[in-house]
Design a binder for this molecule. Structure first.
Ligand code: GLY
Length: 463
């Protein structure tokens, strides 16, 4: 946990921002996989962690703004808990670590929320993403389950997003710790991979490194020779000479801050000339995007700059043609880059995505596009000092998308489909790094991880 004063100060700011009523923060519960006592790994809700800090299942907190009180609801360990999972710190002691002096049994929360509803005190809650929370809220608020999401408190969402978007120095240090472990994960995987291994064997290096460093993976590892599929997870596919491997993986620290890095490396010790040429295109797009990062710049413009760079250089190798800006404006580049340039990062890999991209990545004045490709840009709004985000351009050669667009004669003024045919089996390339927005520009987070052609080849040759 951070210092108790950090949590006290975060809650004070939240109260001020929301103004009145109850703020109900639901912590997560254990979730069963295949029978009740065989659980998925427990992951606390990120906003609960941010404001309350306690990392155990079955807790909730109510901040009563009108009475200026904070209460944590949960149950002390029973004799059975002590027998099966050992002696636990008391809830009261844990709560004190977060600057909260009042605890109550979990069983009384339902009636307290119902009482607030009946006396028409506003109950602010965040949009639920777990079914058990949805059902509880439905019952406590007297709202049918399908309407609960709609009743989530916009003032609370906006206040939480405003606070969590700006990372404190302590949070940045924790994120950087996660990025450093992520760097070690990538070094281990890229140094280990060889033709004849399965994707899963290579991915084992990611897990081993993260767990040995006291963490976990921040999200399921993407490690694949089928990098044309944006989020292809590892399988028993065997690595073959001549292929490229995309490795997109990051660690989560014990405090649940994460890193998110991607590197692309050849199964061989060297890139082929064609792989090198395309790799350099992605690297140039990456560099031009990073050069633009600074407070006040729209991340949507950074994304569009990277798209234009990709198109310019795809034209140089004959895959695209026509006016560069027009191609990007119409979305023709999405044949090769059908996703966004990056996203906010913090306690969640896609930070706060459960609170709604319209609040996290966009504003009243800047709405998300519905155009194929651009609609997957999770962050569009103006950057602010303290944001932490990813930059992850790529080139993807997806034969299904090629065939669909070619059959529709889509964007024939911008795409040379006859030349594209030779890239059906190419796969994909992505280069991803994590940045803090600083007053002057940006700072790369974490220790260096090779990303040039020479650097990646040296890594593959264990130099
Ligand atoms: N790097 C994985 C993701 O952005 O979802």
């Amino acid at each position: 946990m951070f210092h108790k004063e950090d949590y006290v100060q975060r809650r004070a700011q939240l109260k001020k921002q929301v103004g009145s009523g109850l703020i109900l923060l639901l912590g997560n519960e254990e979730s069963s996989m295949n029978y009740k006592d065989n659980w998925y790994h427990f992951r606390q809700d990120s906003s609960f962690l941010y404001f309350i800090g306690l990392d155990k299942p079955g807790l909730a907190a109510v901040i009563d703004i009108d009475k200026d009180t904070v209460t944590i609801y949960g149950d002390e360990a029973t004799v059975d808990d002590i027998v099966w999972i050992g002696v636990q710190q008391s809830l009261r002691e844990e709560a004190e670590g977060a600057g909260v002096s009042v605890t109550k049994p979990s069983g009384v929360l339902a009636s307290e929320v119902k009482n607030a509803v009946s006396r028409q005190q506003p109950v602010h809650f965040l949009p639920p993403y777990r079914p058990e929370h949805l059902l509880k809220l439905s019952s406590w608020l007297g709202v049918p389950p399908h309407l609960v999401q709609k009743k989530a408190s916009v003032p609370l969402i906006k206040a939480v997003v405003a606070q969590r978007s700006i990372k404190s120095p302590e949070e940045v240090a924790e994120i950087e710790k996660a990025v450093n472990i992520s760097v070690d994960m990538h070094l281990a995987a890229a140094g280990f991979a060889a033709a004849g291994m399965t994707e899963a064997e290579v991915a084992s290096q990611l897990y081993e490194t993260a767990v040995r460093a006291g963490g976990k993976l921040a999200f399921p590892a993407i490690l694949t020779v089928n990098g044309q599929i944006l989020h292809n997870h590892y399988t028993s596919t065997v690595l073959q000479k001549g292929q490229l491997v995309i490795c997109d993986s990051g660690a989560e620290t014990a405090m649940h801050y994460g890193g998110d890095l991607t590197r692309t490396f050849p199964v061989d010790k060297q890139f082929t000339n064609q792989q090198k040429e395309l790799y350099e295109i992605v690297l140039h797009a990456h560099t031009s995007a990073v050069d633009m990062l600074k407070p006040g710049v729209l991340y949507k413009d950074v994304h569009l700059e990277a798209c234009e760079k990709l198109v310019e250089e795809l034209q140089q190798i004959g895959l695209m043609k026509g006016d560069v800006q027009e191609a990007v404006a119409q979305g023709a580049h999405a044949q090769f880059f059908p996703c966004g340039l990056g996203h906010m990062m913090g306690l969640d890999t896609h930070d706060m995505e459960n609170l709604g991209e319209e609040y996290v990545g966009y504003t009243e004045d800047l709405k998300k596009s519905t155009q194929f490709g651009l609609k997957s840009l999770r962050l569009g709004r103006a950057l602010e000092e303290g944001f932490v985000l990813t930059v992850e351009p790529g080139l993807y050669f997806n034969p299904n998308l090629m065939d669909m667009w070619a059959a529709e004669n889509k964007f024939t003024q911008f795409i040379n489909y006859n030349k594209l045919e030779a890239f059906r089996d190419f796969g994909g390339i992505r280069i991803e790094e994590d940045f803090l927005i600083t007053p002057e520009g940006s700072r790369l987070l974490g220790k260096p991880l090779p990303k040039t052609v020479e650097g990646i080849e040296a890594l593959r040759n264990n130099i």
